[in-house]
Every structure is written in C-alpha cells, then in structure tokens.
Design a protein around this ligand. Structure first.
Ligand SMILES: *[C@@H]1O[C@H](CO)[C@@H](O)[C@H](O)[C@H]1NC(C)=O
Ligand SMILES: *[C@@H]1O[C@H](CO)[C@@H](O)[C@H](O)[C@H]1NC(C)=O
Ligand SMILES: *[C@@H]1O[C@H](CO)[C@@H](O)[C@H](O)[C@H]1NC(C)=O
Length: 403
C-alpha cells in the first residue's frame, strides 16, 4: 500500500487540501484534484487483471450487467474522496469511466443523514469478477464545496465482492446506458455527471481527465474537470472524434483507432474504448503478436508484461495511435512501465517492461482495444456526453522521459 497525495498546481502551492478546488465563475467549470494509489499484489498480475476486466466488459448478459470488472487487487487505481450526506461522511471511491452506477458501503458503512432517503428498490451490478448488490438511496454528494449534487441516486451495498478492501465504492463516470437494468423500477439511473448538468451546476455535460505520470516519487495524481476541459493542462488543441457506433465498444466511451509501430500498421482501424479503470494498453491478439515480434519482448510470467533488454529499448520505435486523422504518438519511454513502480507490480527493479498487452481475443470482436491509464497519463482525455464525442490532447507529459 502506498500513501497518496494531491497534485497541487502552482497557484495553490500553499494549500494542503487533498481536493483543492478551482472554480472559474466565468465559465462555470470546476475541477477537483484526485489521487491514486497502488494496491497490494493480489492473485492476478496486472496484465491478467486488465484482461479479465476487458473480457468481462465484452461479455453478454444485459447491457447493465456488462459493466467493468472492479477487482482492483493489482493495479493503479485512481480514487477520489467524496462526501455523502449532510453532515457529510467521506468515502474513498474508485474513478471508473467504465461503469455508470455510483455506490458506497464496501469499506466503511454508509451513514444516513437528514439528506438521505431510502428508495427501497434493489440495486445489483455485476462486474465480471466482482459484484455489488444492495438498496438504492437518494442523497447529496459533495465532490467539492462548489460541486454539490442534490438528489443523487446511489447504491448502498449490503454485499460487495471483488473490490479492494480499502475502497468504499465506485464513482461511475461511464455513459448512463451502463446503468440500464441495475435498479428495480428504473430504466436507467442518472449519473453524477448527468445530474451536475441537469441541476445547472455545469453548462455542458463534459468531463476532462488529466492523469499525471509517475515520477520518481511514489505519489501520483491528476485532476478531473466537470463541465469542460482544463486549458491550462493541455498543449495544443483538443482533437475530437465521434463516439463509435460499433457494438460492444459503443456501450462505453468507445472510439475508432488504428495502430502503427514504426512504419508498420499493426492494427487497421477498429473499435475499442478509453477506460480509466484499466492500467495498461490492451490491443487485439493479432496486433499484440506483431508488436511482440517487432519489439523482441519476451513474456514475463510474474508481471504478465513483455520484458525487453536495454538494447531492445534503444531500438524501440514509436507506437502511433491514429484517432480520427490525428496521430497520438507513444514514444519508447511512454511504452514502458514506470521503472519506479516495477516492484509494485511484482517485477524486478532494474527490468524494463512494456505496457502494451494482449486483450485476449483477435480483432473484429467489437471491442478490440482498451486505452487505459498508461495511455491517459500521456494524453488529456475529454468525455463529451452533450456532443457524443471524445477528445484527446497533448500535455506537457506526452513526450516526457520520466519512466
Ligand atoms: C472530508 O474530506 C475533506 C477533503 O479532503 C476534508 O476537508 C474534510 O475534513 C473531511 N471530513 C471528514 C469528516 O473527514
Ligand atoms: C441508450 O439506450 C437506448 C435504449 O436502448 C437507446 O435508444 C440509446 O440510443 C442509447 N444511447 C446511447 C448513447 O447509446
Ligand atoms: C512472430 O514471429 C514468429 C516466429 O518468427 C512467427 O512464427 C509468427 O508468424 C510471427 N507473428 C507475427 C504476427 O508476425
């Protein structure tokens, strides 16, 4: 287990608050910082855990059941502190763009207050390797002093499995359709983002996500912005693409993308998703085999990642994700697991591991890639419900050599 602390922009350098808040009254945008932590090793290694999540996301059942895995035993999890009720109790929730329900009660028990109302309806979400069930309540959620959501429908679990013991639940940032069929008597459950918008707190239903890469320290953090994106953290424009219509990627924050390694196309344009709850970059088996051959990486049984020598590292070529017509380039440095975190995933401190892994099925499945946090720490991402599009932008960390 690692401690975590917030990213504090220069303007707030004197602040020590975990959820430092930045509000621009002119635009109505609000951001809150968030923190990450790395959980202790579980039974699955980081690649197996990501693969299991991706396979669970693809699996059938009802749309609402096809949510994300939440087994967070081995991985980098972004968590956010949210207050629920009045007076508020603080809960540590996992940020998840791959599911829509927000719920608490896995760690510390839910504390009803004067703002709490039990709807009496049953809620149940299956996440593949985990699940939660319980009762749906209505309550006030405080993301920050200026980001208060009234009458938010939340699950309160009486039974949860597969969630790390130090997490209290999930903040669901995925599309509303992922909540379909999860609560008795409700078709869908408006997400926190939907309610921020319908209550007029934000004028556009847009979420901006900024992940700051691991440096030499054991802390990591980032920033969420509801209502827009944070101009001060991006470099150049945001490039938007429409959400994909290809099932199953269309159930999530899905896009079309092709992938090249050096001059070779290893994955022609196909549908997949952007997901904050996945640690690695997962690509279709056929594309992964080519990447493995071209990099010379050998599978490491402990971490589940490809391992390369320093000579192979010197020969790595750019891995280019083409989204719309815009190339997003992962430099050699961006293709390796942060070396300071090698031991956190069971690896050896001086080894070099690649962060591209096999999704576990060939392309053509309808969900052929997952751009997870190792992608998102190089590119700012914008999830635009209003315009049904996703935006990506460069940051000052896109080409950084910090790994
Ligand atoms: C809840 O979290 C906020 C922000 O981290 C903090 O200021 C506040 O004191 C916490 N409240 C409790 C009851 O722990
Ligand atoms: C959500 O589901 C409804 C009902 O199946 C469908 O009509 C709608 O197009 C879906 N919305 C999106 C954004 O996929
Ligand atoms: C990878 O290399 C092996 C051994 O040379 C070869 O058999 C296989 O066809 C190659 N796969 C791809 C996808 O290039």
């Amino acid at each position: 287990m690692f401690s975590f602390k917030a990213f504090l922009p220069l303007i707030l350098i004197t602040s020590t608050a975990v959820d430092a808040i930045f509000v621009s009254r002119r635009t109505g945008k609000t951001t809150l910082s968030f923190a990450t932590k790395i959980n202790e090793l579980g039974t699955l290694n980081v690649a197996e855990r990501d693969r299991a999540r991706a396979q669970a996301m693809k699996q059938g059942g009802q749309l609402g059941q096809r949510s994300s895995i939440m087994d967070s035993n081995t991985g980098v999890n972004y968590v956010v502190q949210v207050g629920i009720g009045s007076p508020a109790t603080n809960y540590t929730l996992l940020l998840d763009t791959g599911s829509g329900n927000t719920w608490v009660g896995a760690g510390k028990p839910y504390v009803p207050t004067k703002t709490s109302r039990n709807t009496g309806e049953a809620v149940s979400v299956s996440y593949g390797s985990g699940s939660f069930s319980g009762e749906e309540w209505i309550d006030t959620i405080t993301l920050s002093p200026s980001l208060v959501i009234r009458q938010q429908s939340i699950g309160v679990t009486s039974q949860a499995s597969g969630i790390a013991h130090d997490l209290d639940g999930i903040l669901g940032l995925g599309p509303i359709n992922l909540t379909m069929g999860t609560v008795n008597g409700m078709n869908t459950v408006p997400t926190v983002s939907d309610n921020l918008h319908s209550q007029g707190t934000i004028s556009k239903e847009v979420l901006g996500v900024y992940f700051i890469p691991e440096s030499s320290s054991t802390t990591k953090s980032g920033e969420l912005m509801f209502g827009g994106y944070d101009h001060s953290t991006i470099v150049g424009p945001v490039f938007y693409v429409p959400l994909t219509k290809t099932q199953l990627a269309s159930d999530y924050w899905g896009i079309e993308q092709s992938i090249s390694y050096g001059d070779d196309i290893i994955q022609p344009s196909t549908a997949g998703i952007i997901d904050t709850g996945t640690t690695l970059i997962l690509i279709a088996t056929n594309a992964f085999q080519e990447y493995k051959n071209m990099t010379g990486g050998t599978p490491d049984s402990v971490t589940g990642l490809l391992k390369i020598t320093s000579e192979q590292y010197d020969n790595l070529k750019p891995l280019v994700f083409i989204v719309g017509s815009e190339p997003f380039v992962l430099t050699p440095n961006a293709q390796i697991w942060p070396r300071s975190l090698n031991t956190a995933i069971g690896g050896s401190a001086d080894a070099i591991y690649l962060i591209v892994s096999d999704i576990g099925s060939p392309s053509g499945s309808g969900l052929d890639f997952v751009n997870g946090y190792t992608f998102l720490e190089r590119f700012y991402s914008v999830y635009d419900t209003t315009k049904q599009s996703i935006g990506l932008a460069h940051t000052k960390f896109t080409f950084s050599e910090n790994n």
